[in-house]
Design a protein around this ligand. Structure first.
Ligand code: ACO
Length: 323
């Protein structure tokens, strides 16, 4: 067992709420359709902030909650599919803004599995010579949404969340994980495609920033591959589904969450959700949920929790933590 502690969690969502009712004044949709298919009633959308602004707020909260200095950080990982820019990375912007002058920083791109993949990398780093770091998932997906396209615009929201992790002598940490990538299925969920019109190109390819997804395929993928990854992670940890106190799944769709709860014979109360108020915030969703549950006291030290991401790539990642 690795000895790794989640010392603090934090979240930051923009204050502008956009309800399904408001969206229905902009496009041909309605609360009934959106809520019955996804469990989403509203989402938060930025008015002025970029991805780094949300991530910086999360980082500052994490340092304050853990009562440690920025200089004590060894690394900062920001998982995002909607960075401010490719260079500098969003993580580098955070590192500079908070004055973490001993830390190296980089972005990680794994869409909605981003926080789980980031925690995996952090766990590896902490098993070597590093002692403390931040893992943040931050997204301004509203940059990537075609606000004319009702099939995607109703699904996503903006937000940031993360954790401060460090090594510990306590017998806790990441018990097991199963991360899988299905690159052959990547075309089912794309966003942020670059074009190329270099003077040597035989063929000019056009840029397309917007989300396009084959919703049915992604739905089927999630309900097939999430249980498979979760089963594998539980088996590696030599635990049964009953042993887990809470399952924190990526908040894409309430139907996906309840299908998976049933598959494992678990009560839905062990699969908390918040997509009703936040929409799908991709790499931020699991961290936002974790911080809400820590704040309410439902999730606390001594428990076993599962963190499960799935989405673009296509990717899936399941981890079992003793916290
Ligand atoms: N309002 C009203 N009607 C709509 C809307 C809308 N917002 N969007 C689509 N429709 C219509 C469609 O045009 C279609 O009409 P038609 O039958 O006349 O052609 C009808 O509703 C049904 O559309 P479907 O796409 O078949 O609807 P479905 O039941 O599959 O639900 C959804 C779509 C919610 C996207 C679902 O497929 C889903 O949740 N998939 C999973 C997506 C997901 O989890 N993504 C996670 C990864 S995200 C990431 O990694 C960033």
């Amino acid at each position: 067992m690795e000895h790794l502690k989640i010392v603090a969690s934090a979240r930051q969502v923009p204050s502008r709420q956009v309800t399904n009712a408001e969206l229905s004044t902009m496009m041909d949709t309605n609360d009934d359709w959106i809520f019955s298919r996804t469990g989403i009633h509203q989402r938060q959308v930025v008015t002025t902030e970029n991805t780094s602004d949300l991530a910086i707020q999360v980082a500052e909260q994490l340092l304050a909650k853990a009562q440690v200095s920025a200089e004590s950080l060894d690394f900062i990982i920001v998982s995002t599919m909607s960075p401010d820019s490719l260079s500098p990375s969003t993580a580098a912007i955070v590192q500079g803004a908070i004055g973490a002058n001993q830390a190296f920083a980089f972005d990680l791109s794994a869409a909605c599995s981003g926080l789980v993949y980031g925690m995996s990398v952090a766990s590896s780093l902490l098993s070597t010579r590093y002692r403390r770091g931040l893992v943040i998932g931050a997204e301004v997906l509203s940059k990537l949404v075609d606000w004319q396209d009702r099939t995607t615009a109703v699904l996503f929201g903006d937000g940031g969340a993360g954790v401060l992790v460090e090594t510990t002598e306590e017998p806790i940490g990441l018990l097991s994980e199963e991360l899988r990538t299905f690159g052959d299925k990547g075309d089912n969920l794309v966003a942020g495609r670059f074009g190329n019109a270099n003077p040597f190109s035989g063929e000019i390819t056009l840029a397309d920033p917007y989300f396009h997804q084959n919703g049915r395929e992604v739905y089927n993928f999630a309900t097939r591959e999430v249980p498979a990854a979760l089963e594998a992670a539980l088996a590696k940890a030599q635990l049964s589904a009953d042993d887990v106190d809470y399952y924190l799944l990526h908040q894409a769709n309430a139907r996906i969450v309840s299908t998976i709860a049933k598959r494992f014979g678990q009560p839905e109360t062990k699969f908390p959700t918040n997509m009703a108020s936040n929409g799908n915030t991709s790499a931020a969703s699991i961290g936002i949920l974790l911080d809400e549950l820590v704040e309410s006291g439902q999730v606390h030290a001594g428990q076993i929790i599962a963190l499960v991401g799935f989405g673009g790539g296509l990717t899936v990642g399941a981890q079992i933590w003793k916290i």
